[in-house]
Design a protein. Structure first.
Length: 183
């Protein structure tokens, strides 16, 4: 990822980037903290937002684009409410409580859903795009999204949170699709 690439003709429009799928090594490794908020990081965030909305999804993490950095974007309103967009750099949990059991999917595991245990309420803190500290409280779906994206930063996908036959079935189907060149 370089900034100068392309020179003056380089488009400043956000770019939709390909989303890595389950099985790609980069999704299964922990991401490292972001250092300086460089123009490259800002560009990455713009691309993450664009890629998330285009998918469409309610969240996307750096590793899903093959960038091993601790950044995620979330918008449970799918862009309907401009204040719904949350960008978190180097996020940490402040609080987690309760439990919810809902169906969940992932842009990196297209076509598969499963019921995953998540906290009912989660508070995360981190930097926004401008390097300002922020804390966000999420309940229900937003708490679920926070936990899902935080998991991505640790190399964990929702499939890894499943147990027994549910997990085996999804992994088996993905392997079959991979062998058939359809994954
Ligand atoms: Zn995901």
């Amino acid at each position: 990822m370089r900034l100068a690439e392309g020179g003056p003709e380089r488009s400043l429009q956000p770019m939709i980037r390909p989303i890595l799928k389950y099985g790609d090594r980069q999704l299964h490794e922990p991401a490292r903290p972001v250092g300086d908020l460089t123009p490259e990081i800002d560009r990455l965030i713009a691309d993450m937002i664009d890629t998330m909305y285009t998918a469409p999804g309610i969240g996307l993490a750096g590793p899903q684009l093959g960038v091993p950095l601790r950044i995620f974007v979330v918008d449970v309103t799918l862009g309907r409410d401009p204040s719904g967009l949350i960008v978190m750099i180097n996020p940490e949990f402040v609080e987690r409580e309760g439990m919810q059991l809902e169906d969940e999917g992932c842009l990196s595991v297209p076509g598969f859903n499963a019921t995953v245990v998540r906290p009912e309420r989660a508070v995360v803190k981190g930097l926004d795009r401008h390097g300002v500290d922020h804390e966000h409280e999420g309940k229900g779906l937003l708490a679920r999204a926070f936990q899902h994206e935080m998991d991505h930063l640790d190399g964990t996908l929702f499939v890894d949170r499943l147990r027994g036959i549910k997990r085996d079935l999804i992994v088996k189907k993905i392997k079959k699709l991979t062998r058939a060149g359809k994954w």
